[in-house]
Design a protein around this ligand. Structure first.
Ligand code: 9D3
Length: 248
């Protein structure tokens, strides 16, 4: 899968790609990721990527021409992408479902903004999609682009060594993960639950499923509204709910 990332901070993005699962995907030839310096696509002496807002007000606005030139050059050199994604606080929310959809596409261009915002014509003329990674304020789109590349890249077959960790991921299954333990069996006065030491595989499986449901119910109950639950899980949920009624 091919990614092209356009930014005024290429070193910041390159640093984020240099380690971990994504960098292994690049080394193995499964991910082809290039980072492009937006200033390379400027034409004036000062290499300007921003300008004052029409109508006045504080801050600067990103100019449309360098971004348009960057995307035109990438189309010519790297081929027509399946999507040109503007990372912005106004975009629709990037979710695991979105990551799964995007992982089926052969080529994405990601545009990172800085300053107060982008000239609106970047949205209407250059980008095909607009995504936000969540309701908090970042100082630019670079970290958001790295989030998208990480979440999508790890879904490309072979990028994550053990495919089971991808399939079993909590958000794909619509519930949170169960607790995990390793040695020592007692730490800071906290013991590992007996059942995990028992070697009773069926009991371990049931305990994990129950613990995952309990956690999801307490921390992220809205996930259960849309989760596909099996019969066993529906039974467990009833049990948990009855337990809650007994001691509120
Ligand atoms: C301080 C400027 N804000 C005025 C109301 C608007 C604003 C503009 C640009 C806020 C943040 C940014 C930079 N953010 C991104 O480019 C960004 C982002 C984010 O801030 N949160 C979640 N996802 C994303 S994707 C890109």
């Amino acid at each position: 899968m091919k990614f092209d990332i356009v930014t005024i901070f290429p070193r910041m993005v390159e640093a984020g790609l240099a380690e971990g699962v994504v960098s292994r995907g690049i080394e193995r030839g499964l991910l082809d990721i290039q980072v492009h310096d937006l200033r390379h696509y400027t034409t004036d002496r000062h290499r300007s990527v921003d300008d004052v807002p029409y109508g006045g007000g504080p801050g600067m606005v990103m100019k449309p021409e360098p971004l348009a030139r960057a995307v035109a050059d990438l189309r010519a050199r790297r081929g027509d992408p399946a999507a040109v994604i503007l990372l912005s606080p106004q975009g629709r929310l990037f979710t695991q479902a979105e990551a799964v959809r995007m992982s089926a596409l052969p080529h994405l261009v990601l545009l990172c903004g800085r300053y107060e915002g982008m000239d609106e014509r970047v949205r209407t003329v250059v980008a095909t999609d607009e995504l936000s990674i969540g309701d908090y304020v970042l100082s630019g789109g670079e970290l958001a682009a790295l989030v998208v590349v990480d979440a999508v890249g790890r879904l490309v077959p072979g990028v994550v060594g053990d495919a089971r960790s991808v399939d079993e991921d909590s958000f794909s299954r619509g519930r949170l993960d169960h607790p995990h333990y390793t040695r020592p069996s007692e730490f800071a006065g906290e013991a590992v639950p007996e059942v995990l030491l028992s070697g009773h595989h069926e009991a371990v499986r049931r305990w994990r499923k129950m613990a995952a449901l309990q956690r999801t119910m307490h921390r992220r109950p809205e996930l259960l509204d849309t989760a596909a639950l099996d019969d066993e899980e529906r039974g467990m949920l009833d049990e948990i709910r009855k337990e809650q009624e007994r001691e509120p």
